[in-house]
Every structure is written in C-alpha cells, then in structure tokens.
Design a protein around this ligand. Sequence first.
Ligand code: SAM
Length: 446
Amino acid sequence: MVATLRAPIDVQIEITQSCNQKCRHCYNFWRSNGKVIKKGQHFSRSSLQQIINELVLNQVISITITGGEPFIRKDDTFALLSMAKKSGLLASINSNFSLVDDYDIARLANEYDVPILVSLLSSDPDKHALLSGTSKCEYTRVIKSIERAVHYGLPVSINMVLMKENFSDVNDLARLAKELGVKTFCVTKALPNPRNTENDFLLTSKEVLRSLQDLISIEKSLQLPVDVLGCYPKCLLVGSDAYQRFFHRVCVAGKTTITIGSSGEVRPCSHITRSYGNVIEESLEDIWLRMDDWRKDYFLPTLCSNCPISSWCTGGCRVNTLETGFGNMDMHADPEILTGILIDQLNPERFKTKLNDLSGYLVFLHPKVKFREEEFGALVYRSDQWSMIFVNNQASDFLKNLRHGEIFSSDEFLKKSDATCEEEKQTVLNLFNRLISKKILVTSKN
Ligand SMILES: C[S@@+](CC[C@H](N)C(=O)[O-])C[C@H]1O[C@@H](n2cnc3c(N)ncnc32)[C@H](O)[C@@H]1O
C-alpha cells in the first residue's frame, strides 16, 4: 500500500481527441487499429479554465498536455499553457510535433519554456511514416521542428514507442537523437491497445530486456541521458543491469497522476478507459477519493501478493496484460524468479548510502523549494524544475524552519530526526542523499 496523497501531483490533460496521425499501436481508446471510431471531442475554453482552477484548488503541481494531438488545437494549447503559467502550474507537452511552425516554436520557447516530449518511431522516414500512418514529409517536418526547438533552447525529449517493427531501430534513432541535441532519449515498450485485439506488435519479455540493455549501452557510449516511460515488473529485471537503472519506474496510476479526458472524465491513467467521475460536474477531491482502490493494492495480482518486494514493485503495469482486467498479471512478470533471493540483494544500490559517505557534508535548501502539506509530512519540490520528493513530518519541519540560505550538515539533519538504531539512521541519510540528488538541497561548494 502506498501513502495516499491529498491530490495528484501531475495531471495529463487530453486537450482533444483529434489527431493527424493514425498509429495502429495508439492506446487512445476512441481509435481502433489506427482508425478513429468516435468523433474527435475537445474542451471549450471555459472548461479548460474550470479545470485549471480545480487543479490549483487541489494544489496539483504540474500538467501534461496531450491528446489526440495537442497542436491540432493550437490556440487551445497555447491558451492552456497561458492559464497554467498564470496559475503557477508547471506544464509540459506530449506531441508528434508535425504541426508546429517557426512562430509556434519561438512562442513556446520565449513565453513558456515548456518541456516537449516528441513521439518518433524510427530514424528511417519510411518506417516512421508506416507506423504512424502518415507520410515521409511528415517525418521531415518533425525532424525540422525538433532542430528548431533545440535551437531555441527548448528542452525536447524523444519518446520511441517500441514494438516488433521498430525493435532493431533503437541504436540508429538514439544516434539521431544525439545529433539533434535532445535532452533525453526515451524508449517505451508499446502497451496493448484497449480496443484492439490484434496485439501482435507487442514485444516478448526477452525483447523488452534486450531493449533496456541497449538503452544502458546507449547512455554510456553516446553520453545521452535515457529513460523509459512505462513501468516493468521487478522480477523481469532482476539479475540484469536494468534492475538498478530502471528501478524508479513503478505504476503511478491514481497514486500520483490522473488523466482528464476531453469531456472532463477522470481516469487513473491514460491507458485506462474506466472513468471515476467528471471534473466539469463534480470536485476533483471527490473523484480522487473514489480512486482509492488504486492506492490500496486492490489490483495487485494474486500471484504477486506473496512477493517480498510487491510494495516497491506494485506488480508492474496494470494494463500490460494479455486479457483486460486490472487484477491480471503483467505479461512480463514471473514472481517465482525471486524465490530464494535475499531481500537485501533486491535493494538497489542507490538506496544504500553508507553512513560515513555523507559525514560532514554541508548543504543549504534551494531557494525555489516549495512544500505541499500531506498527512504523512510533505511533498517537497522545486518550483522551477521537475524535481520532487516525499518527506515525513520531522524532515518537513526541519526544512521549513531553515532560514534563507542557512547552511547545515548531514549530522545536524540526522540529529533532528529521532533515528536511534543504525537502520533508522541509514534511512535518514538515504533521504538526505536523495534530497541532494534531486537538487532540493544544494551542496555549499556549488
Ligand atoms: C497518445 S499520444 C498523444 C500525444 C501526441 N499525439 C503524440 O503522438 O505524442 C501520448 C503518448 O503515448 C505514446 N503511446 C501511444 N500509444 C502507445 C502504446 N500503445 N504504448 C505506449 N505508449 C504509447 C505516444 O508515443 C506518446 O508519447
């Protein structure tokens, strides 16, 4: 079971259902096999403002504008960016980036400085066109837009949805991403399409692991930051480097995120069709409370319930199942693999800060740090970038009571906690370390 937050942290807003591409693999449930099966809906401006007001009221921290294709409703997308900016909400955009011109990109950079996640399926124009149901010209437009956006200093990342057909293209696309100067190269395994029974494009477990190993090699050889945008059952990754590298990715549906569809319906995750209420008609608070089943391991598959690390792992992805049904096993999970492995060996290296590693370390709280009160303590985040962490009440009080720029050491941080035994001290220092890695605490040397 995970700590219940008072509200989501990030909200995906599907600003429109319309899209200029026809990706067969697309999870948008109003399409099937690349064909639109429902007329494209979109929000009115007043509904968008109503949603933003509701998010601010609930102290949501960020929004991700998605769809459909956000730039098919360019004016609405810019209007939403402007509403978010005025309200102090961080924003980012998921786009295929084929519908923006030079003026849009300059505006995105100069007025919003907004991170863009661009979907690109291959560095081969024919392959990209085939898999996205578009033309080679469209591919050229996407590449030009990325070049321009990088030139304007926008933080652009590429997301490659990986399936059988583009499985062998990862290294070539990574090289192109490096040449283009993108911030991060993400490779995300394709998830089953909720309306499409022809899921023959999905990768096998072996292929998924191979793609993660490829990513780790790319990160080293090209010096290009990499990531994955889905989550993986830990039993799939154990015994490989991917276990340490991608341990942080777990299911966050209804725990830290939700998706608001283009008529206001609220879903725990973009890939899930079940709505828990409509935010145009009732409060987000009520809808969020109704989603408690997602926070109470209600959908943890029975076979995962005896697993020693099920609370960290959350059983992989609730939609990566061969048959629809949230309690089904992730198709890449096999909890028996973990039998006989000691829990300590399953604990990732980065959670194992040595007590004296940090002794005497001097730090101060970054001036742009903000706090969102929670029952267990607080959500601490940087208001100028994507960086956040949960802390308990003691750590929250300690950080909140610091004077502006006040320098303190790990020893003082430890003293303020009530940790007595080595194990508790270790936990406190792990937190101190993570606060530094998240740039919430800044080392006084910097
Ligand atoms: C549905 S798209 C909408 C935004 C935009 N039109 C785009 O292409 O990025 C949102 C994200 O989902 C990813 N995506 C689409 N279908 C997927 C699938 N079956 N599995 C995993 N990710 C998928 C896309 O690559 C994109 O990053």
